[in-house]
Design a protein around this ligand. Structure first.
Ligand code: PMP
Length: 288
């Protein structure tokens, strides 16, 4: 079924949802975005996603031509127009139409695109069996380059790392920062469990401040588990009892093999399973 897409200031048919070849989002990857889940017809953690979006835009001095409330309404309208009950929303703000030069301030106005559809990153059985990952040779962006803390339309580092993973026959890659510490996976945050303590790298190590990561940290603490933000090395991951990833699209998924080393006992561990379960309980109470 053809979708209704929010483009600029209104909903249009998918076939009409076209943008200019002069849009700097296309010419230079100049723009920001969010991926948001819809559970039971409700937008999950919408406020947190909007806060991150406006923060990303502020960093790039990109003005979003709607305030937060209007953008929230437009997003809700797009969900309703497409009758999405369980799905995935892609909210994109491009720099808009400009010249062939780099200067972003010659672009007329930021362009809002909202797509309400669905996503399945990994096959269902991977959540039961756990997945394999590799270490990417490609580094996560240096904090003084395209900042890893913002969700910009420039994902090439992560795409190159994803290609490394696919070429190695696994679905995901762990990315390191310029200091050799774990940053994140190509589209997910990283957690390990060792001797009953949960560790996740600080966002300053080069990860996007994950909204799922934040929810999972909160839920772990509610379960009385200790959570420590700490720089992690490749070895910390190899010798962990459990390794798992979190993200809007991936939710919570166990990793059971990394660079050919079996993690824990080779199955998603009890903490991973508990937090996955608690995550869905949380989702269902917040999207009732
Ligand atoms: N890191 C990167 C690079 C991402 O693109 C994402 C979102 N897919 C995440 C981490 C996870 O963030 P969130 O839980 O907010 O989706």
């Amino acid at each position: 079924m053809a979708l209704k897409i929010w483009l600029g200031d209104k909903l249009v048919d998918e076939s009409e949802a076209k943008i200019s070849v002069f849009d700097h989002g296309l010419l230079y990857g100049d723009g920001v975005f969010e991926g948001i889940r819809v559970y039971n017809g409700k937008l999950f953690e919408l406020e947190a996603h909007l806060a991150r979006l406006y923060g990303s835009a502020k960093t790039l001095r990109l003005e979003i031509p709607m305030d937060r409330e209007e953008l929230a309404k437009a997003t809700e309208q797009t969900v309703e127009a497409n009758k999405i009950v369980d799905g995935y929303i892609r909210l994109v703000i491009t720099r808009g139409v400009g010249t062939l030069g780099l200067n972003p301030f010659l672009c007329k106005e930021g362009r809002i695109i909202i797509i309400a559809s669905s996503i399945q990153l990994y096959p269902e059985e991977l959540y039961e069996t756990g997945m394999k990952v590799i270490s990417a040779a490609t580094l996560r962006n240096h904090p003084l380059s395209v900042p890893p803390q913002i969700k910009s339309l420039n994902y090439l580092n992560n795409i190159i790392a994803k290609i490394e993973a696919i070429d190695s026959g696994v679905p995901e890659a762990i990315m390191y920062n310029h200091q050799g510490y774990v940053a994140e996976a190509t589209g997910d945050n990283v957690f390990v469990v060792r001797d009953g303590i949960i560790y996740t790298p600080p966002n300053q190590a080069g990860s996007l401040p994950g909204i799922t990561q934040k929810v999972v940290v909160k839920l772990a603490k509610q379960e009385g588990l200790e959570v420590v933000e700490k720089n992690l090395t490749r070895v910390d991951l190899y010798i962990s009892d459990e390794l798992f990833l979190t993200g809007t699209a991936a939710e919570v998924i166990g990793v059971v093999q990394m660079d050919g080393r079996i993690i824990g006992d080779g199955k998603p561990g009890p903490t991973t399973k508990l937090l996955r379960e608690k995550f869905f309980e949380y989702v269902h109470t917040h999207c009732a």
